[in-house]
Design a protein around this ligand. Structure first.
Ligand code: ZN
Ligand code: ZN
Length: 222
């Protein structure tokens, strides 16, 4: 394989990224996901700085926070995502009544990513830290592209100056994500999510809030 792999690799023009299957796993390996045929063109790599994402990381595993206190995610089509192992260990949590659905591996309590509450919005935000780098055949940047923006920085609790410098990237990120999301929606990808069945989450959503606690975490993913 060595020689063939080399000659193939050298023939690939750098301008045409090879679609790559990305494997993701929880810490214990009980739950494994596969994002199929990923290229930088169909992935949107961001860091979310909302108070909700930070609070969830602090609750589950603070190592998921980067140096600026955000959580790195890649947004892909839900139809590209497959649960390849441990579907029965999948769990879902919500921190506020209108907050995002945060998908985790129950086996070891590892966050996997999030979706919006509504299955009609066709994207999943997978935690980049869950990518199984040992099984990656090319550099992660070549597969999911560079970090496009730090989002919800306005709502971050600190590090405002560092984040403000990056707000211009928000527009170019949206210019990338909006047509992608529209294409996925047009194709009906929202009906092919492993996290939803007929518009409802595939597991019971565990609520982490009191019934009467509105606006618990302010704006952002919540
Ligand atoms: Zn696990
Ligand atoms: Zn967030």
């Amino acid at each position: 394989m060595g020689t063939a792999a080399h000659s193939t690799a050298y023939n690939v023009p750098v301008t045409t990224p090879t679609p790559t299957d990305l494997e993701l796993r929880c810490h214990c390996g009980g739950v494994q996901l596969l994002a199929a045929n990923v290229t930088p063109a169909v992935a949107n790599r961001i860091v979310c700085h909302c108070a909700g994402c930070r609070a969830f990381a602090e609750r589950m595993d603070a190592r998921d926070l980067d140096a600026l206190g955000g959580v790195e995610r890649m947004q892909v089509s839900p139809a590209a995502l497959h649960i390849t192992r441990g579907a029965d260990a999948l769990a879902c949590m919500q921190q506020s009544p209108r907050g995002a659905l945060r998908w985790i591996a129950r086996c070891c309590g590892t966050p996997l990513g999030l979706t919006l509450r509504s299955a009609r919005v066709p994207f999943v935000g997978l935690d980049v830290k869950r990518v199984d780098l040992d099984r990656l055949v090319r550099p992660l940047d070549d597969v999911i592209g560079p970090l496009r923006a730090r989002v919800n920085g306005t709502f971050a609790r600190s590090e405002r100056p560092a984040l403000r410098a990056d707000t211009r990237s928000l527009l170019s990120m949206l210019a990338h994500l909006a047509p992608l999301t529209l294409r996925w929606w047009w194709r009906g990808d929202q009906r092919r999510s492993p996290f939803f069945d007929k518009g409802r989450p595939v597991v019971e959503v565990e609520t982490l809030y009191e019934a009467r606690e509105p606006k618990l975490l302010g704006r952002g993913c919540r």
